[in-house]
Design a protein around this ligand. Structure first.
Ligand SMILES: Nc1ncnc2c1ncn2[C@@H]1O[C@H](COP(=O)(O)OP(=O)(O)OP(=O)(O)O)[C@@H](O)[C@H]1O
Ligand SMILES: [Mg+2]
Ligand SMILES: [Mg+2]
Length: 522
């Protein structure tokens, strides 16, 4: 299959490769629009998480960076400057392609796409529309048995940012983003509902984060979606697509698709046809609006970039990257379930993992799953996940912190779990200790801290302390003590709680219960 034939290229640059027929679902009938089939294809522009830009030595900028401070002469289109391709961007795009089961081409090439806008200093964007880095492939969605085909994955430059200052009636240009590396990931029109489109975006985000190629953050603009929507009657050919540009959240994307479907239905049912538009989305009105029609679409005057040679990737290079690929979310999920983790715990761990900050240039291994794996190597996985999801993540969430902020090292939590498991501190003391480490950003070993904070458990044979706390508890709660004496055992829990409070968690609850029963039933 020739991916795209470019008018100016006489030779066929793509390998002949036919993806298997992926989309084999039965036509599904959606109650929201009976009789109609909805077709959705998504173009994703994902910022490549590299320290440097695509064709220059300049650093990529971070959110909040002072405008126009991370700009090379090349990225500001200074005459006479030349591009040098950043190999890290290539590597991360290849990782992405392999994760999406795409065919990475041994030869790809760069084109210039011309248009004039203030955020494009050179007057053209360097892209790979006609001879992309990879083509074909698929992404298996998390729900149902659906795979969405991938058309192609291409490298391209990001633009600068322009903002309009209404008060001064001036446009402000920030070139920090100009020339950063993007991957355009173009899907086949295989999605059939707003929910499937959302699933595709979320699954793709998780895959990009997992292989370390992008933050995949829609709100911050490192993952931008153009969504193509068309409708047709079941069994009829596909309708005319409209493209909705620059959607910046999954929720808004679903609303935009839904409103677009109803707009098409209204047009077709009133006997009109759907014109092929490029549209924007008004979040307040929850509807799309026309930006331009197909007829007005610019002639991009594509031409090969004369300053960049074809990108040649050997089979060995591709294989080397394949060997360093991490497990993808699908595989990880199965592995975690096989370790005996519940579906809920697996979901929590993976959600937290996919939300962690991606390192630059493909640095891997800082997420919740890697953290869990290091701990579970020598411990019961279910005990570890319990401490991670209920205590560590729970306490971080209560402090409005994310897993990326986690100050507790693997060694610290490991020792803490061992101390509790070995009965050296009680579970309650363990939780207190964890709270202390998080709040004070302490790097001390839990055993040292337990001593410093007098949290070491009172051993079973050190019954004197427990007996003293029990006596104190009975004195503090005379009515409850009397109730137990009268044969109401349920009230005993309250007394045990009091002992735990008085001992600041150091007493062993089981031991305290035995002592209390003994004292009260005498
Ligand atoms: N009938 C259709 N209904 C919905 N989506 C469609 C339909 N036909 C094609 N698509 C989708 O439209 C998208 C086309 O993207 P592509 O990048 O190839 O071209 P483009 O939108 O014309 O160009 P540009 O990159 O300049 O926006 C693909 O995701 C494809 O799956
Ligand atoms: Mg496109
Ligand atoms: Mg498009």
């Amino acid at each position: 299959m020739l991916v795209r034939r470019c008018p100016w290229r006489s030779i066929q640059l793509h390998q002949l490769w036919c993806p298997r027929q992926i989309h084999t679902r039965e036509a599904n009938h959606d109650k929201r629009w009976p009789g109609w089939q909805v077709i959705i294809g998504i173009e994703v522009h994902a910022q490549i998480k590299s320290r440097r830009k695509l064709f220059s030595e300049s650093s990529t900028s971070r959110p909040g960076e002072i405008p126009n401070t991370t700009v090379s002469t090349f990225d500001s289109a200074f005459p006479g400057t030349l591009p040098t391709l950043n190999p890290k961007c290539v590597e991360l795009a290849v990782r992405t392609a392999l994760a999406l089961n795409s065919k990475v081409h041994h030869q790809s090439a760069f084109d210039r796409k011309h248009y004039f806008y203030s955020d494009l200093p050179a007057g053209y964007q360097i892209t790979q529309r006609y001879s992309p880095l990879a083509s074909g492939g698929y992404l298996k969605l998390s729900k149902g048995d659906v795979s969405v085909g991938i058309q192609q994955i291409q490298l391209e430059q990001d633009t600068a940012k322009s903002t309009f200052d209404g008060l001064r009636r001036t446009s402000l240009i920030d070139l920090n983003r100009a020339g950063s590396g993007l991957m355009e990931i173009v899907s086949e029109p295989h999605m059939r509902s707003p929910e499937e489109a959302a699933d595709y975006v979320r699954t793709l985000q998780a895959v990009l984060r997992c292989v370390g190629s992008s933050d995949g953050n829609m709100e911050q603009g490192s993952f931008r979606c153009d969504v193509n929507v068309s409708i047709n009657k079941h069994g009829q050919p596909h309708g005319t697509r409209c493209e909705i540009k620059n959607l910046n959240s999954v929720k808004f994307m679903m609303v935009a698709i839904t409103s677009e479907v109803f707009r098409h239905i209204e047009l077709l049912e009133s006997g009109c046809s759907v014109p092929q538009d490029t549209r924007g989305f008004d979040e307040n009105k929850a509807e799309t609006f026309k930006l331009r029609s197909k007829a007005d679409s610019p002639d991009y005057r594509y031409m090969p970039d004369p300053n960049i040679p074809p990108l040649l990737l050997s089979e060995e290079y591709i294989e080397t990257i394949r060997k360093t690929m991490p497990d993808l979310p699908d595989t990880t999920r199965v592995r975690l379930r096989n370790l005996g983790l519940s579906e809920r715990d697996t979901d929590v761990l993976m959600a937290v993992d996919s939300g962690h900050e991606v390192g630059f240039d493909g640095e891997l291994g800082k997420g919740a799953v890697t953290y869990f794996d290091s701990l579970a190597q020598q411990r019961d996985p279910r005990v570890v996940v319990n401490w991670m999801t209920h205590e560590l993540i729970g306490q971080l969430t209560a402090r409005k912190e994310t897993f990326s902020d986690n100050p507790v090292s693997v060694e610290q939590l490991g020792e803490l779990i061992d101390l509790v498991q070995d009965g050296k501190i009680t579970g309650t003391s363990g939780k207190l200790l964890l709270k202390h480490i998080i709040a004070n950003r302490s790097s001390l070993a839990p055993s040292v801290l337990a001593r410093e904070l007098s949290l070491e458990a009172v051993s079973e044979d050190d019954n004197a302390s427990t007996r003293a706390w029990c006596a104190e508890a009975i004195e503090a709660l005379p009515e409850e003590a009397e109730a137990v004496r009268q044969g109401n055992p349920r009230v005993l829990n309250k007394l045990v709680g009091k002992v735990m409070q008085l001992s600041r968690g150091r007493a062993d609850a089981q031991n305290a219960r035995v002592v209390l029963e003994d004292v009260l039933q005498r």
